[in-house]
Ligand binder design. Structure first.
Ligand code: UDP
Ligand code: MG
Length: 199
């Protein structure tokens, strides 16, 4: 075997609700970011009960490209359940999550992977330049600091959709409801090393 085939496979999990306009661009940007790395990768799109043309776009992409997995949820279950469904399908030793609305830049993924290599089990993106209004930034700051204070895991940005994990971390998760906001805390409690990286 060549060294290439020994590199860990990356599964990118994308939860989505009514994102027909961004899906193709998102796939292209993920592929541009990961192709230079020599890892095999797959993109697991989880359609969380979309009512727009998302599923049709995904079916077309699935027909055209070999490394796309589409999970279709019968109704809208929420982001945590969508992530959970994607984690169950993901085959990679490394799992990356990214939002479908292009708020996170796939070009940042290699930096997260490099930080995993430094010895972390979960690396969470930290959005330093948020485009959200104050009415969202202030509650988010309070959430991050209260959760950090209660849990002992101090992160700046628990809510960032862009994260990289060793597969072991997601294999043990059972998330639903609003629990996606607490994934780093749940991992921290289980003894995994959690880090963050400005994106
Ligand atoms: N999303 C989902 N199910 C939902 C709501 C959102 O899969 O019920 C997806 C959405 O399409 C996006 C990601 O989860 O890819 C983050 O959602 P959103 O942008 O609404 O969250 P925010 O940016 O406000 O944190
Ligand atoms: Mg968003």
């Amino acid at each position: 075997e060549t060294a290439d085939t020994l590199l860990e496979m990356i599964s990118v999990v994308v939860p989505l609700l009514n994102e027909e306009r961004s899906l193709e661009t998102l796939y292209d940007e993920i592929a541009n970011a990961l192709e230079p790395l020599d890892h095999d990768f797959e993109v697991v799109f989880v359609d969380d009960g979309s009512t727009d043309g998302s599923l049709a776009v995904l079916s077309r992409l699935h027909d055209e490209l070999p490394n796309i997995v589409v999970v279709h949820l019968r109704r809208n279950f929420g982001k945590a359940a969508a992530l959970q469904a994607g984690f169950l399908e993901a085959r990679g030793e490394i799992v990356v999550t990214i939002d479908a609305d292009l708020q996170d830049d796939p070009a940042e993924i290699p930096k997260l992977l490099a930080k995993l290599d430094e010895g972390f089990d979960l690396v969470s993106g930290w959005k330093t330049k948020r485009r959200d209004p104050l009415s969202r930034r202030i509650p988010s700051r309070i959430f991050n600091s209260v959760t950090g204070w209660v849990s002992g895991l101090r992160l700046h940005d628990l809510n960032c959709g862009l994260k990289a994990y060793r597969a072991e971390v997601v294999r043990g998760l059972r998330i639903y409801g609003e629990l996606h906001r607490f994934i780093p805390v749940l991992a921290h409690y289980r003894g995994f090393r959690v880090g963050e990286l400005p994106v």
